[in-house]
Each structure stands twice: as C-alpha cells, then as structure tokens.
Design a protein around this ligand. Structure first.
Ligand SMILES: NC(=O)c1ccc[n+]([C@@H]2O[C@H](COP(=O)([O-])OP(=O)(O)OC[C@H]3O[C@@H](n4cnc5c(N)ncnc54)[C@H](O)[C@@H]3O)[C@@H](O)[C@H]2O)c1
Ligand SMILES: [Fe+2]
Length: 363
C-alpha cells in the first residue's frame, strides 16, 4: 500500500513563537545544547512561557548525539515528568529528544502523553518533520525510523538562524540539498514528494549562497528554512539513498559534520546512480542547466563557493586507517536504512571503487 504522510502541524513566520504563549502550560522540559544557552536562544522560548510554568533545561546534547546523551536525558525527563517537551536546536538536539521520547515509550517508563514541539535552529536536517532520529553508538551512526518520533508541532522561526556561522550554513544547507535530491531520485518517489523536493531545490538554488553570504538578510534565510522543511517532508515519505548511508558511516568514523559528509559525496553519488539519469536530466532543466553533466558541475561549483572539500584526503584522513576500515564501512553502508531506496544497487566491488574515488577525489 502506498501513502503520503504529513505531520506535524507547522507554525511558521516571524510571529510563530507566539504559539508557545497560547498553547503551552504546566511542566516544560527543553532539550537543547550548550550553544543555544550561550547564544540566549533558549531565552526566546522561556520568556514566552506562562509565568507559572515549571521549566527544566537539559542542555547536554552534543553534535552527532550518542546513546549516552539519550540515556542521560531520558533519566532526567522521567524524573521531571513534563507535560510538554520542546526540542530546540539543530538536528542533534531534535534527534536526541526524539530518541528520549521513543525509548521512554518503548521501555514504558514515561508516564503520560506529552506534547512534543520541535524548533529547528539550523536549515537543516528537516528533523522537525521526520520520523527519523540518527544516534551514534561508538563509531557507528544508527538511523532509527518510527512514526512515534514525529513531533506534534514544528515551529519554523527564521529569527533563530541569524547567529549561524558560515560553516554551519554551508554544511546544513548542503544536507538540505542532499535530502531534496535523494528524495527526488528515490525508488519510491511519487508526485507528492517530487513536488516538495523540486520546490526545495529551486529555493536552495536561489537562496543558499545569499544566505551563506549574509545570515542577517531575512528573505534568503526564510527561504532556506522553507527548503529545509520541504525536503524533510519529502524524504520522510520517499526515504533517502546511499549518499546518506555513506555519510552516516564516514561521518561517525572520521567525526565529520553530517552536512559536510553529504556534500563531499554528492557529485560521486550522482555519477554512479545511472538508473536515475532521466530524473537528473529533468532536475537539471528545472534549474536551467543543460543536463546531468552540467548538474554535477553546478554542484561542484556550489561546493567551492561554500568552502567544501572535494575529497576525504583533503580533510587529512589517514589513508591507511581509511583502507583498514573499508570492510566495516561496507557492511554498515549496506545495512543502513537509506540504502534500499537508492536508484542503483551496488556490488561490494563497486562500493570499494566508489569509496576510493571519494577518498582521492577522482570524480
Ligand atoms: N532526523 C533526521 O531526519 C536527520 C536528517 C539529517 C541529519 N540528521 C542528524 O542531525 C545531526 C546534525 O544536525 P545539524 O546539522 O542541524 O547540526 P547540529 O545540531 O549538530 O549543530 C551543529 C552545531 O551548530 C550549532 N548551532 C545550531 N544552531 C545554531 C544557531 N542558530 N546559531 C549558532 N549555532 C548554532 C550547534 O550548537 C552545534 O554546535 C546529525 O546527527 C545528523 O545525522 C537527522
Ligand atoms: Fe541528512
């Protein structure tokens, strides 16, 4: 049976935080990271909550959140027993919060149904509208998927993205690009996901570099946020592909940010996905480019503009270490939940060749 699932309710725009003023009561548990506290972005939430609400902030989430962080947060969440849970931050706090709620329910240790609100501060993982949560255990990233992890409310407020450093705009923006692209060429793409993925790519095409150059400029900032959320809804329904499977694997092993890992891989993955050639051609035309080849060139140029490396060797990853990890990487890539929906299914030999190309930068 095929379906297209849309949740949560999305509050958006400059006044969207007012939702908190009118709809949040009782005990509020906020899952976030230290930068959100330092940058006073958490204050934008707490100052809107009713005076009599009891607030507890768990700010120990780290980038690429681990099972330890989820466990620690879950303990605090259970002890506090809130009515409302708010995840504030990039994909890391939102995913960690989803993990806490998921395991709390699974282990039957959270007591009541909680209103779950996700407020992204990056554009972004789209995690505010997806049923995915990516958690790191040791040197492995595990992508969990369960509809129970979908937030009830997503608040898109472009105000939060003013403080983003350039490098994070580049990484997270290219994550959005990868979501939209993989959703569009996925084996289970459909007209609903196509519409959202395509609009996301068009918005990125017009706005990502502008947003990168000036995070204070509202229009591009707002449009990249829309692109992020659109791509999230698209890939939540069509899944992703091996760009993400490989990014999960190398990201966890070599401590790369998720978006950067995706961005480095993009041109190599597009080239190898020959079963999707027609779809890449359509996309290229939509962006006023000639065809697949010029689409790859366009991405390469975009990466240069955003200061993103061409290969893993440029990141000073030791080749011997990389080579030794190939068997382990291979089994993780094949087991990743995103692999199944990639247009091409690769043999082990093809994967190894691909990994070496990505390492040395032989496109
Ligand atoms: N659940 C999903 O659907 C999904 C999809 C893609 C990626 N992910 C996962 O999400 C995580 C990555 O999330 P991310 O890329 O949003 O980054 P992140 O949440 O790890 O944040 C990266 C850094 O940016 C800082 N930051 C965030 N917002 C800021 C702001 N407004 N101003 C200044 N600094 C800010 C954070 O404090 C952190 O130091 C990875 O673990 C990845 O695997 C999840
Ligand atoms: Fe992603």
């Amino acid at each position: 049976m095929k379906n297209f699932y849309i949740k949560p309710k999305i509050e958006f725009g400059e006044n969207s935080l007012n939702f908190l003023k009118n709809n949040v009561n009782g005990k509020v548990f906020i899952v976030t990271d230290k930068s959100m506290v330092t940058l006073k972005l958490v204050d934008k939430i707490t100052e809107l909550l009713p005076k009599n609400s009891l607030v507890k902030i768990f700010d120990e989430v780290t980038p690429n959140p681990t099972t330890d962080v989820v466990e620690k947060g879950l303990k605090e969440l259970v002890l506090f027993n809130p009515d409302v849970v708010i995840a504030l931050g990039g994909g890391s706090p939102i995913d960690a919060c989803k993990g806490m709620l998921y395991f709390g329910r699974k282990l039957k240790i959270t007591l009541n149904n909680k209103l779950f609100i996700a407020i992204p501060t990056t554009s972004g993982t789209g995690s505010e509208v997806t049923s995915y949560s990516v958690i790191t255990e040791g040197n492995k990233k595990i992508a969990l998927a369960n509809e129970e992890m979908l937030p009830d409310i997503a608040i898109l407020n472009p105000e939060f993205m003013k403080t983003l450093p350039k490098k994070i705009i580049a990484d997270t923006g290219m994550d959005v690009f990868t979501h939209a692209l993989e959703a569009y060429v996925s084996k289970v793409a459909n007209p609903f996901t196509d519409a959202m993925a395509l609009e996301s790519l068009k918005l990125l095409n017009k706005n990502l570099v502008k947003h990168y150059n000036n995070a204070q400029d509202l229009e591009p900032r707002k449009n990249v946020q829309f692109a992020s959320c659109l791509a999230g809804v698209a890939f939540n329904n069509s899944s992703l592909g091996i760009n993400h499977s490989i990014a999960h694997t190398i990201g966890a092993k070599f401590h790369l940010s998720h978006g950067r890992a995706n961005a480095i891989l993009l041109p190599y993955i597009i080239k190898i996905n020959e079963n999707a050639n027609e779809r890449y051609e359509v996309l290229a035309k939509e962006l006023n480019l000639e065809g697949k080849e010029s689409f790859v060139k366009y991405i390469e140029n975009l990466k240069v503009t955003l200061g993103i490396e061409k290969s893993l060797s440029e990141l000073n990853i030791d080749f011997q270490e990389f080579q030794n990890l190939i068997p382990e990487m291979l089994s993780e890539i094949k087991a990743d939940i995103c692999t199944e929906f990639n247009p091409n299914i690769l043999t082990d030999e093809e994967y190894i060749k691909l990994l070496l190309k990505i390492y040395f930068g032989n496109l």
